[in-house]
Design a protein around this ligand. Sequence first.
Ligand SMILES: [Zn+2]
Length: 209
Amino acid sequence: MQIIIPIHGGPEDYVRDQAHRRVARPEVCPNCREPGQFDCHGYYDRYVSASKGRDSILISVRRFLCQLCRRTTSMLPDFAQPHRLVATDTVSQYLGGIRSGDGVATWEHLLESYEDRFEARLPETWHALSSAYSIRDLSNVAECMWTGACQYFGDARQFTAQFAHDLGMTVFGIYKCHRPMGNLQIHTPDSFPGVRDPPYFAGPHDNTR
Ligand SMILES: [Zn+2]
């Protein structure tokens, strides 16, 4: 499985600081749900777009192996989107309606295809968010829904991480790596057991807007 973990900064910081070497083990195995007993299990490499300019940056993603179920868990930094090259912050600008600026302009063609996919899945995403979370007045218009969900969870990174964790989804699709034991049927918005407010928030927040 994949867990999306909070990282300060972007891919440049992650690589410069060799942050992949300091990624902590999960507390609970996302596959078998047992308290973690993990062995380090190397890394896999993938690219993510740079914060500025045309470069793609190769990052190493930490993997752990559960001693109990013998399944691997990878720890994806939250500046990266699962299965997408363009970085989360740039994706967020584009889906929020921003059409200018360095990152958005550089990756416009890819971002257009992301937006197509986002819009094609909009009804399902809206249903999942509305059923599982207490987001007031969530718009079913793409741009507004994106902005509203990001506000609710804090930002685009936290939205992506929490949505994948709770429901095994992103706004672009459903992937086995976010489903325990690869089971696509386990999470549904209607059976989601729980947390109705995003646990990432340390303090009170206003989701009434
Ligand atoms: Zn396990």
